[in-house]
Write a new protein. Sequence first.
Length: 223
Amino acid sequence: MTGVPPQRALVLDLDGVLLDTRPVMREAWQAVRAQHGVEVPFEAYEQHLGRPFDDIMERLGLTEPDRIHQTYTATSKSSAVLAEPFDGVLDVLYAFVAAGWLLAVVTSKPLDRAAPLLARLGCPFASVRAPARGGQGRCKPAPDPLLLALVDLSVDPRSAVYVGDMAVDHECARRAGVPYVHAAWGYGRPGSPAPRIANAPKDLLEILDEDRWRAPFIDGSLL
């Protein structure tokens, strides 16, 4: 039917975008260091956020990733109460819902750790894409999880926006052909080419302006 606007979707990363989970991650990594004799500091682990856990372990040169993951997961779950939504995030999410947008999450955090955190937000996420158990399927920066979330929502990539805070998020969006906004309140830096920057969650409300929506988000994007 002509004249009917397309369904739109706001897709977000979890850590560093929706919730400040750094206290949880720091607590979990301290447990790893204590129980497994790991000398790698949290700051080195943090540099690779956004990638699957096994990938991070390989990049840090750590063996026995399964045992380390068990410790990290158990401590993360018990420390989940330390995570807090970033200021203004909930108001922004509800504004998008009120405007008829669908919400989704694409994260590299396993679902068993992501679900309790997302439940604390109390928002109607229509899709949550996380790494499959056992490492099956490709993860960010591959475009697969973002594209699968849009398949869940029946939303065209051109009608979605992905909000992330790491270079892997930027690359994932670029490869999926999805407009990207970098959350400057998060933990990392964007990649190239320079994307649109949101300095605070409330800045995302500018996307609701129809005129701004029709403008490209990334110079030289695939759109």
